[in-house]
Design a protein around this ligand. Structure first.
Ligand code: ADP
Length: 389
């Protein structure tokens, strides 16, 4: 069946901001879409042909939704992968494949995949029960400091804790987890690689992610990263190896740690469009959302070349504000040259919730970086209704 016919429906699991930006591209090509999300107020409620409210982890819900589509993709990886497996068996195209999702959904499984496929990653241990950690420390198997990570459902640093001593042990959740050696990180990098259903691959330039020191969340993404070319080439090579070994279809965002001695470790991967690729909407010949569509539809991949240097600024809810959102300073940032805000359409703000992003383009990465700081100082995501004490 032609992808460009009125009989063809692309299903998207998840209706958040990534889905919303994907819908901009499906509209561009007038592809028919259906979206499933647990919230009736999700950003994707507008812009899709069919919107359904339902639990993404529920087998029956995902299966019934998938049956109405010809091709199913995701914008969040926490979906019921057994339902996807069944849909694949029944002829629905599912990209990313259910097998890739099953490898990625569990951090222990993901890490084992890296080891089995010679992908450099921080040394780790796996624990079926969090209660085994104090024993392991007591017997010298585990030494401070280390990083604790929930095996399931980590998101934006929520399932990650740095354990520096016995005090930090007390608060650890008692669930399945991994522990990792604390890497002396010099820079955090990311590469988005696309692999189409025909096996064609293509990488975006390596980007640099600057983190907010307290929230453990990405504050700025810089494209290109300020690193030597040989490191960028090495990161791209690892990303290409990963996407091939996974036999993935679609985008794969690969996050790295770079150390002072120029070692690269894969931290984690996401099999979908990613925050570290938002710069591409303004700065690349083909943006990441269009590239994802090209890959899953089996079309030729587009050029990933940059037209201009760019810095993406994440807009997150200001601390101390919860409730109906208000974007203070929008007019002021729109006066700045090369600045494009994206508002995700979430009704309520809360501290550190991702509410939008702003792309700053300029003739050099240094110029874009300093303008990005001006943007950050000028715009605030607040609420005028309820203010926390
Ligand atoms: P999430 O899946 O919630 O995004 P990550 O595994 O990416 O969590 O970890 C969030 C952040 O915590 C990383 O971006 C990094 O700054 C820090 N971190 C994670 N693992 C390590 C490690 N082994 N060593 C040092 N810092 C780490």
């Amino acid at each position: 069946m032609s992808r460009f016919s009125s009989d063809f429906t692309l299903g998207i699991l998840g209706g958040g901001q990534l889905g919303k930006m994907l819908l901009t591209e499906t509209r561009k090509w007038d592809l028919k879409t259906a979206v499933l999300d647990p919230s009736a107020a999700a950003p994707c409620r507008l812009g899709t042909d069919h919107f359904e409210v339902g639990d993404l982890m529920d087998y029956e819900t995902v299966y019934a939704f998938g049956k109405k589509t010809d091709l199913l993709t995701i914008e969040i990886e926490h979906v019921n992968s057994e339902a996807l497996e069944k849909l694949e068996q029944e002829g629905v195209l599912v990209y990313p494949p259910s097998k890739v999702l099953q490898t990625i959904q569990n951090k222990a499984k993901q890490k084992l995949f890296y080891i089995d496929n010679d992908i450099p990653t921080a040394p780790f241990s796996r624990f079926a029960y969090g209660s085994e950690i104090p024993d392991s420390v007591a017997h010298g198997g585990l030494q401070y400091p280390f990083v604790w990570k929930s095996a399931q459902f980590g998101y934006d640093g929520q399932g990650v804790k740095i354990v520096r001593g016995p005090e930090d042990l007390k608060g650890l959740p008692k669930e399945e987890c991994i522990t990792e050696e604390l890497v002396p990180i010099e820079k955090e990098l990311a590469v988005i690689v696309a692999r189409s259903s025909n096996g064609e691959t293509s990488t975006y330039p390596v980007v640099e992610m600057d983190f907010h020191p307290e929230a453990n969340q990405v504050e700025y993404v810089l494209c290109p990263a300020r690193i030597p070319e040989h490191i960028a080439q090495r990161a791209k090579k690892i990303a290409l190896r990963l996407v091939d070994k996974l036999q993935h279809v679609g985008l794969l965002a690969v996050e790295f740690f770079l150390t002072a001695d120029e070692s690269l470790f894969v931290n984690e991967v996401a099999p979908r469009p990613h925050n570290s690729g938002h710069f591409s909407i303004e700065a690349s010949v083909t943006n990441q959302f269009e590239q994802h569509l090209r890959a899953i539809l089996g079309l030729p991949l587009g050029s990933t070349e940059s037209k201009i240097a760019a810095v993406m600024v994440n807009l997150v809810g200001e601390e101390g504000f919860t409730g109906k959102v208000y974007y203070e300073g929008m007019k002021n940032i729109l006066e700045m040259p090369g600045v494009t805000p994206h508002i995700y359409g979430k009704k309520e703000t809360r501290p550190f919730r991702k509410m939008g992003h702003v792309t700053v383009v300029a003739s050099s990465i240094e110029k874009a970086r300093s303008e990005a700081e001006n943007v950050k100082r000028t715009i605030r995501v607040i609420s005028k209704e309820i203010q926390d004490e």
